[in-house]
Design a protein around this ligand. Structure first.
Ligand code: URP
Ligand code: ZN
Ligand code: ZN
Length: 473
């Protein structure tokens, strides 16, 4: 199947939906850009795609992936080729991946290495955040160079002691420098020192199974870390955000911080909206089947069921601004099963392909969020926050023709063999889904047609991010 290039295309009869409105309209695009939207009739020779009964949506923006990441002595199962193929099939046209500066590297070395990993392999457009695994004083100056190279968001870890965790004074220095550079920092909010103490306690008791991972990372440690971060960022009035927010009590902290005028925004992930800690089993039985539980070893871990409603409310009410998957895929066989105790299991789970359909099914179809809010949290807010709007994240004349045609009628059941990633499982196996990604256009190229990926996918382009805009809800 070949992708469409060049000429004018009309998407007709669909419900054109952005973060602010839905209307029956046609969308015309040419040369990779949207030309006009409205009550349009086909021009002679124009290609027409019938979108009746379907939603016409901005292509999704994935705010959180780890592709080709070296971690825990191994490397993620998905690289930029397989990870972005999977994303595209699921309606995501731009992926913001976590480039990583490893110990001893300069910041730009991290950025350059990620360009090498992505270039020629990615089939979505892509940008980077830069995760800093340490803080060094010279980074204060290097940040400006990173921002000039189109990477305007950084990440720091308040957990993972002895490998990536940073201290409060380093957080202060980094936020001060990122403010001056016109950037933001996303924080992994968990108190790494207390986690470390809890891990040692469990291991000393001979508790080595995957079940004990979550016992060492209670939600209070996420809330505490965010509270501490908010206090530090407040001294500087600095842009910052919390990645993969997982607990209801942390949303209260975000809400209070925003009410105080803090420039904080929040990202959550489908796993925290849909999966709960019953999947780990109970202490009485030392947890569920070990391999089964290992697939849910991620940080932060899955939470008690009452958190899920709180997260959905936070998403609907504007306390959480976007949903990224934290796609960090490790095979159960050959990777997660190799660890000798829970503290050594590679952390993370896959999910990049199902973000759209899970959010549509359990958000929109379940009437927890409106379809306009769906667009806000899957595309527009990320585009605004990471300085890609209005090129990405919306449907406006002049925007890139990154468009998803979503048919809300079919029902299907998730089975891993239908997905396009390179890992051996999905945490969503057996889930019922409402609707499907029917067509995807990436800068006007018809890359998914009637649910099938084109076999001559075009190369994704690097997108330079601009200054963060935290004025989103
Ligand atoms: O378990 C997770 N989330 N692994 C990926 C790394 C991170 O902390 O985002
Ligand atoms: Zn993290
Ligand atoms: Zn992550």
């Amino acid at each position: 199947m070949s992708v469409l290039h060049g000429g004018s295309v009309l998407l007709s009869g669909g419900m054109v939906t952005t973060a602010t409105q839905s209307r029956l309209a046609a969308v015309r695009f040419a040369d990779g850009r949207i030309v006009e939207i409205g009550d349009l009739t086909p021009k002679p020779g124009e290609a027409v795609v019938d979108c009746s009964e379907c939603l016409v949506l901005p292509g999704g923006i994935e705010t959180h992936s780890h592709l080709d990441l070296e971690a825990a002595g191994t490397v993620t199962a998905d690289d930029f080729a397989t990870g972005t193929r999977s994303a595209l099939a699921g309606g995501t046209t731009t992926v913001l991946d976590f480039a990583t500066q490893f110990h001893g590297e300069s910041l730009m070395e991290g950025v350059r290495r990620w360009h090498e990993k992505a270039r020629g392999k990615a089939v979505t457009d892509y940008g980077f955040h830069l995760a800093m695994t340490q803080w060094r004083t010279e980074f204060a100056d290097e940040m400006a160079e990173v921002v000039a190279a189109g990477v305007t968001s950084f990440k720091m870890y308040m957990a993972y002691r002895d490998s990536m965790m940073v201290d409060d004074d380093e957080i202060y220095a980094a936020l001060s420098a990122s403010s001056r550079a016109g950037a933001t920092i996303g924080f992994h909010c968990e108190n790494g020192l207390v986690i470390d103490a809890l891990v040692r306690e469990e291991l000393d008791l001979g508790h080595t199974g995957a079940f004990y991972h979550q016992r060492t990372r209670p939600p209070a440690l996420e809330r505490e870390a965010l509270g501490r971060l908010s206090m530090i960022a407040g001294l500087l009035d600095a842009q910052h955000y919390i990645v993969h927010l997982s607990a209801g009590e942390t949303i209260d902290e975000v809400r209070r911080a925003r009410q105080r005028g803090s420039k904080v925004v929040a990202e959550t992930c489908p796993q925290y909206l849909l999966l709960d800690d019953s999947l780990y089993g109970t202490a009485e039985s030392d947890g569920n089947d070990e391999l089964e539980v290992r697939q849910y070893v991620m940080s932060p871990p899955l939470r008690a069921p009452e958190n899920l409603d709180a997260l959905w409310s936070g998403l609907a009410d504007g306390d959480i601004q976007f949903v990224g998957t934290d796609h960090c895929s490790f095979n159960l066989h050959g990777q997660k099963d190799q660890a000798t105790d829970f503290a050594r299991i590679p952390n993370g789970a896959p999910g990049i392909e199902l973000r759209f359909s899970l959010l549509y099914t359990y958000g929109v179809a379940a009437e927890r969020i409106s379809v306009e809010r769906f667009v806000a949290v899957t595309a527009e807010n990320a585009a605004r926050y990471f300085g890609l709007y209005p090129r990405k994240g919306t449907l406006l004349p002049g925007s890139d023709a990154d468009i998803v045609v979503y048919d809300p009628r079919p029902r299907w059941t998730v089975s891993h063999d239908q997905l396009h990633d390179n890992v051996d499982h999905t945490p969503y196996e057996g889930r019922q889904i409402q609707g499907r990604v029917r067509d995807v256009f990436l800068r006007g190229q018809h890359v998914v047609r009637d649910g099938v990926l084109a076999d001559d996918l075009a190369r994704g382009e690097f997108v330079a991010c601009g200054p963060p805009d935290s004025d989103i809800r």
